[in-house]
Design a binder for this molecule. Sequence first.
Ligand code: S3P
Length: 185
Amino acid sequence: MSSHRMISNLSLTGFMGVGKSTLGRFLANSLRYQFVDTDEMIEQRSGKPITKIFEDDGEDSFRSLEQEIVDEMVSWKRRVISTGGGLITKNNNLERLKAYSFVVCLWASPETIYHRIKRQSHRPLLQTTDPVRRIEDLLEERSVFYKQSDYMVNTDKRPLRVVAQLVTHQFHQALNHCRQTRTGG
Ligand code: S3P
């Protein structure tokens, strides 16, 4: 891990439907960190749901709102940040997220993702006639970003508690590493 990083937060990334928010709330509770969800922040600030933002203003406008939030992260401490599935794929968001946080990517197969999201309608990018194909295409396109996370964990067959343990262990190791680097230990 590079020494210029100031890890003060834990970020969760990964495709839609992999369970970032659920795990994020769980981890925030156990670490006693504040939980923040970039999608929720955007909805609160714009006063409308994400589907409506995409409909009225387009995806680019949504991405700019994500960008504004990443700009604010420099002052964040002790937060578990659940990020929208496309956030790290735009501009240099991944690099910036890594500057302020330990970045964990939750992974799942297209089948698992489809199974989890098929009854939901709040994800504009998946409102197509062939959502499985769309999931496969987007996963392929985005995996180059997801794979640059600090830690990737497959959530397909693991219960939440186990994923949380694995992530917590990795996060504490990263925090220790940063502390040692800073104190020269
Ligand atoms: C998106 C993922 C969504 C939300 C928006 C776009 C994406 O968040 O940000 O619909 O590009 O993958 P979740 O990953 O929390 O569903």
